[in-house]
Design a protein around this ligand. Structure first.
Ligand SMILES: Nc1ncnc2c1ncn2[C@@H]1O[C@H](COP(=O)(O)OP(=O)(O)OP(=O)(O)O)[C@@H](O)[C@H]1O
Ligand SMILES: [Mg+2]
Length: 348
């Protein structure tokens, strides 16, 4: 056998491996959704630019076509759902894309402006003022500029969306990993903080009981505060319990066949485990077509294919049995419904 014939046999064997790999993966993601209909909160996590928004949109599209009512929403101020659906949805609430498919980009600034207005109104009502004094106004402005304010506004909005329960599926279009972790940890920090305050308030109420008889009105005020705190606590509990509920949540990691992505994802998965985020599996994105191999292709592409083959093996070993889908590199970026449909077909 000459060298060329030998090479073509090796190539054919390799490409059938990739084929088998793609086929084996392709069945599983659709099955996961079939098998676990209660997992209604769907998240795609991963490093920046790997395809979280793309997969969120494609999954929303797939589920909507199955007749499920789906909301895909983004908490990222630099959200790109508008780009992928080619529709300006920023700050416009849930917007229908196709029947059953709604998309929403949260406008945190708007929510903050609403907070500010609420505070102004409360001050005006409480003190019977005509206008907000300048000093107080500048304080309100300064508080709104705090980064924590934006986080809390986003958090609040997410809680609102989820607590309302209008949809069969909620797909969170997450921000890159570090931020998502911060978001999750915030839920537990919030929870601990509010738990402490409500505990204190409850204790004080007991000590206060005798005195309170004489201060009837004051006690009523404090009860209102306590009730407000309990209400917030309940909302936060609800949203963080959803995030960490194995029965209701599916969290998928998006990866690509590259060294850094694989090792960072292994680390991140460890951190997520600490927050008890239920991990449903991994999806490999941007797999180069093996059909390229038989063709006359430039050296750099050959190198990429060889590298990919190696790292697909590493992925298989590292995340054995947890790879649910493998999505090919498309001929162009994924925007617009036709491309989303194509990607969804590859995914499911
Ligand atoms: N399989 C694919 N084939 C071709 N292009 C793709 C594929 N997957 C993603 N892309 C493109 O890659 C770019 C990044 O994808 P996407 O916005 O989904 O990543 P992301 O993980 O949401 O990024 P970020 O971390 O910034 O939110 C987009 O232009 C998208 O169209
Ligand atoms: Mg994104």
């Amino acid at each position: 056998m000459d060298a060329k014939a030998f090479a073509s046999i090796v190539l054919a064997k390799r490409s059938s491996l990739v084929h088998r790999y793609l086929r084996r993966c392709a069945i599983s993601l659709a099955k996961i959704f079939e098998q676990y209909p209660d997992r209604r909160y769907i998240m795609f996590g991963g490093k920046g630019g790997l395809g979280k928004t793309t997969f969120s949109a494609a999954t929303a599209y797939y589920l909507a076509k199955q007749g499920k009512r789906v909301l895909v929403f983004s908490v990222d101020p630099q959200a790109s759902l508008s780009d992928i659906f080619k529709k300006d949805i920023f700050g416009k609430g849930p917007t229908e894309i196709i029947p059953n498919l709604y998309a929403q980009e949260i406008d945190a600034d708007k929510r903050i402006r609403e907070y500010q207005q609420e505070i102004r109104q409360k001050i005006l009502d409480m003190y019977g003022m005509e206008a907000i004094p300048e000093e107080i106004e500048s304080y309100i402005q300064a508080a709104a500029a705090e980064p924590a304010m934006e986080e809390s506004a986003i958090f609040d909005e997410v809680v609102d969306i989820v607590v309302k329960g209008d949809y069969d599926y909620y797909i969170y279009d997450l921000v890159p990993l570090g931020h998502a972790l911060y978001y999750l940890s915030m839920a537990s920090v919030y929870d601990a903080w509010i738990g402490k305050i409500t505990g204190l308030r409850q204790q004080m109420r007991e000590y206060d009981q005798v005195a309170a008889v004489m201060r009837r009105e004051k006690e009523m005020d404090e009860d209102a505060i306590l009730n407000e705190l309990l209400y917030i606590k309940e909302r936060i509990n609800k949203s963080s319990s959803i995030l960490t509920d194995k029965e209701k949540t599916a969290f998928f990691f998006v990866i690509t066949a590259e060294q850094m992505i694989i090792s960072d994802t292994v680390k991140a998965a460890g951190l997520f485990a600490k927050f008890d985020v239920p991990l449903s599996g991994y999806i490999v994105n941007r797999v180069l077509s093996d059909s390229l191999k038989g063709q006359d292709i430039p050296e750099y592409l050959k190198n990429r294919l060889t590298m990919q083959e190696h790292y697909l093996k590493v992925i298989d070993e590292t995340f054995s049995g947890q790879i649910l889908a493998s999505v090919p590199e498309m001929e162009r970026d994924v925007t617009g419904l036709a491309m989303i449909e194509k990607l969804a077909a590859a995914m499911f």
